[in-house]
Ligand binder design. Structure first.
Ligand code: SF4
Length: 412
């Protein structure tokens, strides 16, 4: 099928973003199939199948010549992935504007029981005074800022601070410049800080105020989560997950096990919507999915709360409208402490009286059928939409809201 120029332009952008991402990964992170990264560990905590697939199969599953209905989704996914890198550059500018002592993309490399593990830390801020202080800063971008940090992010940042603490005095630290060239390799952390920042740090991490933070940024807002400090049990869990992931990768690569036999994400997980391997994921086979129950219950409860809230808002609005009308304020503002209100006049909506139009056209053309044909040519039909129907099958003792409303539907 011949593509229009606008679609071609968007496809060029989409493919370019994908290629740029691959080149940047190669430049700064190297061959990601040869080691386990801490973001892999965080992701594996959520879905082992997706994480192993991302390490063994080509990313994107081949975006070339995708049908137009998927091309837009592909572009959206690449833009979302790149948004994080743009924010990282912005944070870099902000931190540098303060002349802070800063390491960007610090790499920690260890081998744990045969598993090669590499951590890449977005930013590490170092200060020798008033007490030796080190702050890890991990940047995450989000459409909407979360109330609590996702498990995968927490796992990643616990792994970062745990590894920095555990490997402090070993030759595990390297740093690259902005072009991806190694500037310092295989030094201890104090040696690297001395070489790159001219800062002398203690030989023991216990003498340092060491914390990690996650900076979540949306297009218009930001939120910091932390502090996270080195915690032996959390590090142990990260290392165990890294080893399990590595063994799954080897086993699948050698054909001793199947990717589809690996554990998948629980419930209706956010990862699944932009997962490259969702089309044939065994998680979605069959018609019984007990692990969705929690998500359906949450949606059901939220919808019931929304409905109750909307009713309360409507009632309160009506009371204030009546009070305003009785006050005879005559469209002026009424002051009430830190608030003010007034009833504003708004123009009515414009509408088209189709029956009247039909009569007018019939009178003009002198033909009922011509009028009908003309009206039919001007009619439009919106895109088909889907509707999510959620129904409570039974009322459970704790699920009061389930009994409040027995069904909801959501259109998109
Ligand atoms: S679709 Fe969801 S469950 Fe399946 S592999 Fe992807 S993230 Fe995991």
């Amino acid at each position: 099928m011949q593509k229009d120029q606008a679609s071609v332009l968007l496809e060029i952008l989409s493919q370019g973003l994908k290629r740029y991402a691959a080149l940047s990964t190669q430049k700064f992170l190297g061959d990601r199939t040869g080691y386990v990264g801490l973001s892999d560990v965080g992701r594996a905590m959520e879905c082992m199948r997706a994480t192993v697939a991302s390490k063994l199969l080509p990313a994107g599953g081949g975006d070339h010549d995708v049908p137009p209905e998927f091309a837009q989704a592909t572009l959206r996914r690449h833009l979302t992935l790149q948004r994080g890198h743009c924010f990282e550059d912005l944070v870099d500018h902000a931190l540098n504007a303060h002349d802070l002592l800063l390491l960007r993309q610090l790499e920690i490399e260890i081998i744990h029981q045969g598993t090669p593990i590499r951590a890449h830390l977005d930013f590490v801020l170092v200060s020798p005074t008033p007490v030796p202080t080190v702050r890890i800063l991990e940047c995450k971008s989000a459409q909407r800022l979360p109330d609590a940090l996702y498990t995968s992010y927490e796992t990643q940042v616990y792994g970062q601070v745990g590894l920095l603490h555990a490997a402090w005095n070993t030759k595990a630290f390297s740093l690259r410049d902005a072009n991806g060239h190694v500037v310092s390799s295989r030094l201890t952390f104090p040696e690297l800080c001395q070489a790159c920042l001219g800062v002398k740090l203690p030989k023991r991490p216990e003498q340092v105020d060491l914390q990690a933070w996650v900076l979540c940024l949306s297009m218009t807002d930001g939120k910091a989560f932390g502090p996270y400090v080195a915690h032996p049990a959390m590090l142990e869990m990260c290392l165990k997950t890294a080893s399990a992931l590595w063994l799954h990768c080897i086993s699948c690569r050698e054909g001793r096990s199947d990717i589809d036999s690996l554990p998948t994400a629980n419930g209706c997980h956010g990862l699944c919507s932009y997962c490259d391997w969702n089309a044939d994921c065994p998680k979605f086979r069959g018609e019984e999915h007990h692990d969705w129950e929690g998500d359906l219950r949450t949606l059901f409860t939220l919808k019931a709360k929304k409905q109750a809230l909307e009713e309360t808002i409507e009632e309160k609005e009506e009371l204030i409208r009546t009070a305003y009308a009785l006050s005879q304020a005559n469209h002026a503002w009424i002051q009430a402490g830190g608030y003010r209100c007034k009833l504003a006049q708004q123009n009515g909506r414009r509408g088209l009286d189709t029956e009247r139009l039909r009569q007018e056209i019939t009178a003009l053309t002198g033909s009922v059928s011509k009028a009908e044909q003309l009206l039919a040519r001007c009619q439009t039909r919106g895109q088909p939409t889907t509707r999510l129907l959620v129904r409570a099958m039974r009322a459970t003792p704790g699920a009061t809201q389930d009994r409040v409303a027995s069904s909801f539907s959501t259109a998109n």
